[in-house]
Design a protein around this ligand. Structure first.
Ligand code: C5P
Length: 228
């Protein structure tokens, strides 16, 4: 089967407070999303990418191919699941219902090829699929309304979910539709699969596969990309 990636990039993403959505902020002289798409397209096993854009996105540079791989766009929705569903629907017919698809946040540009390799190696041999993730390293506190500590949560067995996440095209569509119909806002694709009683595999990934959310992340990202 063919391997395509769906990249949700339809978030207004302005927790920075600026006018430019975070996926278009300049990092190392290029928009952040350029690094993300290059990381995917430059991987030998990736055949193409669907980028999910916000309606009337004036920032999208209009790429139709990157590293020789086709780049297709479609319009997303108000929830992440709506955007990913739109992306899955926009995949070419050459991606069959039971083919695996990578879903990767536009806001995670520091993706290393070895992480993609490991996700594919293990995920394609799992009946459900797999996600990149990392175990928690910090102690977890539950906050009270007054800012005081109400308790400490056990962190054993707790992992942070990253992307890419690898699932079969049709099974993921069905799971995301079910979550949407139930009015449950899923924050990653695995959560939709879990709701179906499925158990994706956790694959330990690099901790520097960070999701750019704040200005501090942007400075760290400049450094990480500069030292690759
Ligand atoms: O907001 P957050 O950082 O969780 O977004 C993760 C990714 O999902 C981003 O790349 C964002 O552009 C995308 N997204 C989307 N459609 C939405 C919300 C978020 O494509 N409705």
């Amino acid at each position: 089967g063919r391997l395509w990636a769906v990249v949700p990039a339809a978030g207004r993403g302005t927790r920075f407070g600026g006018e430019v959505p975070k996926q278009y902020l300049a990092v190392g002289g290029e928009p952040l999303i350029a690094h993300t798409l290059t990381a995917l397209c430059a991987h030998p096993k990736v055949d193409g990418v669907v980028v999910v854009l916000a309606e009337a996105d004036a920032h999208w540079p209009g790429w139709q191919a990157i590293a020789g791989k086709p780049v297709v766009t479609c319009v997303g929705g108000s929830e992440r699941a709506d955007s990913v569903l739109a992306g899955l629907a926009a995949l070419p017919d050459s991606v069959r219902a039971d083919d695996f698809v990578l879903v990767h946040d536009a806001a995670r540009p520091n993706l290393h090829p070895a992480d993609i390799d490991r996700l594919l190696e293990y995920g394609r041999n799992d009946p459900v699929g797999a996600i990149l993730a990392a175990p928690l390293r910090d102690t977890l506190k539950r906050a009270g309304d007054d800012g005081g500590i109400d308790g400490t949560e056990p962190r054993e067995r707790l992992w942070r979910a990253f992307t890419p996440q690898l699932f079969r095209r049709l099974q993921l569509s069905r799971a995301l539709e079910a979550a949407r119909d139930a009015g449950v806002a899923v924050t990653d694709e695995a959560m939709a699969m879990e709701r179906q009683g499925l158990r994706p595999l956790l694959i330990e990934g690099r901790e520097d596969n960070l999701k750019v959310t704040t200005a501090a992340d942007l400075a760290l990202l400049e450094f990480l990309l500069g030292s690759r």
